[in-house]
Design a protein around this ligand. Structure first.
Ligand SMILES: [Zn+2]
Length: 335
């Protein structure tokens, strides 16, 4: 009898979008890449569900709408963990993720994609932390009041750079996020933003869904200098299943798990296995051959085994490294 290496693995997918506003139920096996039955089938222990806020106008009305949308999306994320134990468990600490895993219950980790959700109000961070938000992606596509993005919005932005990386408000936001135990997500951020955030943050930053620029020259990907900075600051990059980030002009039918693990291999060789992990960006555009939905997550593990990764390495990639970063953020917040 062979032992399935995906069995007993605490697998965390660090970036998934949610059904919104009236998407299919997350409780039944439906058309989405991620729902609770598929998480069970794919033996995915926990997922960071992102309240995704597209960048819009940065005036009072725009900021208010962004904040309200974030709050409603966080409500929808929390609703995946109903009190009657019929769904997932809201897991907002590393210990809670491990406890839910031990009980065989999917962990739901709330996150926010785009610091636009707080407008210019740092107090919103405290409210988000109280709702269990564990990371905030500083920007989406388009600059915001916190920072420059890797990809400006032509309809909103006049220039490639607006703040030269982080704004003063962005720096203050990172300090407050550190104090609250919220991880700083540098995916989508401009290179300048990312490097400044990695230096400034008192706990390691994470790119929750990005790939390698040396292998695929896409502006959303991280270059070697950024990788070395992650290594030097204890940070983490979670390779993601977005076809055009994995291979130039890639599509879900032309890019597969082997391409994905090429990017993992690259990170591991350059900066070490402690600085790499796995995310799907499912229901936000991510999906590749062999990993089209959460139910197929065992295929990723099988490819890692085929490449020679051992059980400890696979556990680190699939969740151990991310849990370590969560714990560092929690420890810092407690001090
Ligand atoms: Zn994204």
């Amino acid at each position: 009898m062979t032992i399935d290496p995906h069995d007993g693995l605490l697998a965390i997918d660090t970036h998934v979008d949610i059904p919104w506003p009236d998407g299919p139920s997350p409780f039944t096996d439906g058309p989405r890449c991620v729902d609770l039955p598929k998480l069970k089938a794919g033996r995915v222990a926990a997922v960071c569900f992102a309240a995704y806020i597209p960048q819009g106008p940065r005036d009072a009305a725009g900021n208010l709408a962004a904040h309200e949308r974030a709050c409603q999306m966080l409500d929808a994320i929390a609703a995946m963990a109903p009190r009657d134990n019929s769904g997932g468990v809201l897991t907002t600490t590393a210990d809670a993720i491990e406890a839910a895993f031990a009980k065989g219950r999917p962990g739901i980790i709330p996150a926010i994609e785009n610091g636009y959700a707080l407008g210019r109000d740092l107090g919103a961070l405290d409210a988000f932390a109280a709702r269990g938000v564990r990371y905030i992606t500083l920007t989406h596509n388009g600059h915001n009041d916190l920072a420059d993005a890797a990809i400006p919005r032509r309809d909103l932005d006049d220039a490639e750079t607006e703040h030269g990386g982080l704004s003063e408000l962005g720096r203050a936001a990172i300090q407050r996020m550190n104090a609250l135990g919220i991880l700083v997500d540098v995916s989508h951020a401009a290179k300048s933003t990312m490097l400044q955030a990695a230096e400034l943050s008192r706990t390691p930053v994470v790119a929750t869904h990005s790939c390698m620029r040396t292998l695929c020259d896409h502006p959303r990907n991280l270059d070697d200098f950024q990788l070395d900075t992650l290594r030097d600051t204890g940070g983490l990059v979670q390779i993601t299943a977005m076809p055009p980030f994995l291979r130039a002009r890639g599509r879900s039918d032309t890019v597969g798990v082997s391409d994905f693990v090429d990017h993992i291999d690259y990170v591991v060789r350059r900066i070490g296995i402690a600085h790499c992990g796995i995310s799907s960006d499912f229901d936000g555009g991510g999906a590749i051959t062999g990993w089209r939905h959460a139910g197929e997550s065992g295929n990723m593990t099988a490819e890692l085994v085929r490449r020679g990764y051992g059980n400890e390495d696979i556990a680190a990639l699939w969740g151990g490294n991310f849990l370590r970063l969560m714990r560092k953020a929690e420890e810092y917040a407690r001090k």
